[in-house]
Design a protein around this ligand. Structure first.
Ligand SMILES: Cc1cc2nc3c(=O)[nH]c(=O)nc-3n(C[C@H](O)[C@H](O)[C@H](O)COP(=O)(O)OP(=O)(O)OC[C@H]3O[C@@H](n4cnc5c(N)ncnc54)[C@H](O)[C@@H]3O)c2cc1C
Length: 470
């Protein structure tokens, strides 16, 4: 075990839920001379800050050029904008109680305005996009976080130089670049920039108007009168198929590999089919032909929606390589299937003044990030020990053996100790440094029950919305 000493200047990359809880936890330690959070967007909230103007501009540009990369610039000019991957009418899948940050109850709908025609009403259990962003903004205000937040500022490069982190930022309003040096850096930049498309033969040949990644899905109007095939049955896939069903041609196809682990209400208008083996285009109609694993062929698809997830990517960051090459290397492998070299999904094992918050996949992401932040804040304040580098490297290698070296490596549900064991372990670790400041939520019986039943509760909620139960 060892202590990390002399951390005085800390930078945080990203102002979503993870960056905000990190900033609060670090502030509470009162141990740092400078704390600054860089957020490339014009507001905090990450995924939950959904700007419809930016989203529709992105969708419009995407329709014109599928290779469009972020950011987008609006027609009336201004700073480049990074759109959120959220979509209209998104209702959270995580109950208020589970999504809450400790000491900040979120147990009832926060949105105040009347529900517009066609909008889904927020339930007692699950928060809407509006109320979640309201919750996160209120969190930032309540703890005076804005004094430390630089909005419209993108971190373009982070490198380890002479024992410190050199961070280059770009002011997106005027294009100016600034370089500063920090003793420690938190990456809380989210997971939603690198879209994943499955390796299905022919998928690369589909024209842009025939293939949409869920990242660009904004509203069901694009499905009207069309034949839709959705790839996947995760949260977004299930939501998108349900949005398409009332307006698209029947049936909406959902190509799946296994039963869904997420909330889903069977719908006669949605047909589950086998995985797609091959895509091609019908030369006469220009529509997509999907050959399925069971030899079935669907010939008249207008739009394939790939709700097939994301890959890890932290393009602004390089760390010195672990060999003698004196080269810098990325913290993700070329295919982005996981983060490399992280101790407990959190500290860089070889460089423990580099932390990653929000990169493990949790059902209770805000609380998970808070527990991670409480450890990082105390470790960098010199209040708790961290394992020796060798031990952390070995621990990561053992985790790879336990779970496997694949794209689900950071899914906490796959570990023996599960998300609640992980959360409580981090909390106990943080508590070794005293109760000053957040220590994250305690996973008690009730909270574990809620976690284990959240899919069932959401399913009941969806059934209620459809009038299938009262
Ligand atoms: C479509 C969708 C639906 C979801 N639904 C739910 C749900 O129902 N319930 C739930 O609990 N969770 C849900 N999630 C998960 C969600 O990601 C977490 O709730 C939470 O928002 C993660 O917060 P974060 O801060 O880790 O990441 P994000 O919210 O992604 O925030 C990261 C921030 O970092 C900024 N950033 C990135 N790179 C840089 C850079 N180089 N410089 C400066 N800033 C940068 C980004 O602009 C962003 O603001 C959903 C995610 C998606 C994509």
């Amino acid at each position: 075990m060892s202590r990390i000493e002399n951390v005085k200047r800390v930078a945080i990359v990203g102002g979503g839920a993870s960056g905000l809880v990190a900033l609060k936890a670090l502030l509470e330690q009162g141990a740092f001379d400078e704390l600054v959070l860089f957020e490339r967007r014009e507001d905090v909230g990450g995924v939950w800050f959904f700007d419809p103007k930016v989203a529709s501009e992105e969708a419009r540009r995407y329709a014109q050029d599928a290779s469009t990369q972020y950011p987008v610039v609006l027609e009336d000019g201004g700073a480049p904008k990074y759109p959120s991957p959220a979509y209209e009418g998104m209702i959270g899948n995580i109950a208020h109680e589970l999504i809450s940050i400790s000491g900040r109850p979120f147990d009832k709908p926060l949105s105040t305005g009347p529900v517009q025609e066609g909008e889904r009403e927020e339930s007692d259990l699950f928060p809407s996009l509006d109320s979640t962003i309201a919750y996160l903004r209120a969190f930032a205000d309540a703890y005076g976080l804005h004094n430390h937040i630089r909005l419209n500022t993108e971190v373009v490069s982070t490198r380890f130089v002479d024992g410190k982190w050199k961070v280059v930022t770009k002011n997106l309003l005027n294009g100016e670049e600034t370089s500063s040096t920090y003793d420690a850096v938190v990456y809380a930049a989210g997971l939603w920039d690198r879209r994943h498309l499955p390796a299905i033969a022919g998928i690369d040949t589909l024209p842009k108007e025939r293939l949409l990644h869920a990242r660009f899905y904004r509203s069901p109007s694009i499905f009207a009168g069309k034949r839709i095939l959705v790839l996947g049955n995760g949260n977004s896939a299930n939501d998108i198929a349900a949005h398409a069903a009332p307006v698209a041609l029947e049936p909406v196809y959902r190509s799946i590999r296994h039963p869904s682990y997420y909330s889903y209400v069977p719908d006669a208008r949605i047909h589950d089919v086998k995985p797609v083996r091959q895509f091609s285009l019908d030369p006469a109609s220009g529509k997509v032909i999907a050959e399925l694993g069971d030899e079935t062929v669907i010939r008249d698809i207008d739009l394939v929606v790939a709700a097939t997830g994301y890959r890890y990517d932290v393009p602004s960051l390089r760390v010195p390589s672990g060999d003698d090459s004196a080269q810098d290397e990325p913290v993700t492998p070329p295919d982005g299937h996981r983060m490399l070299g992280l101790y407990r999904h959190l500290l860089h094992a070889r460089f423990p003044t580099l932390a990653f918050i929000g990169y493990s996949i949790a059902w209770s992401p805000f609380a998970n990030s808070e527990a991670q932040a409480s450890v990082v804040a105390r470790a960098w304040a010199g209040r708790i020990d961290v394992p020796a580098v060798k031990e952390m490297i070995k621990d990561e290698e053992d985790s790879v053996k336990e779970v496997g070296d694949h794209n689900l490596f950071h899914v906490l549900a796959l570990y023996k100790k599960r998300e609640y064991g992980y959360g409580n372990e981090l909390r106990d670790w943080a508590l070794q440094g005293g109760t000053e400041g957040t220590v994250g939520v305690h996973w008690d019986e009730r909270r574990i029950w809620l976690l284990q039943n959240v899919v069932r509760l959401k399913t009941l909620q969806l059934q209620r919305e459809r009038g299938l139960i009262t």
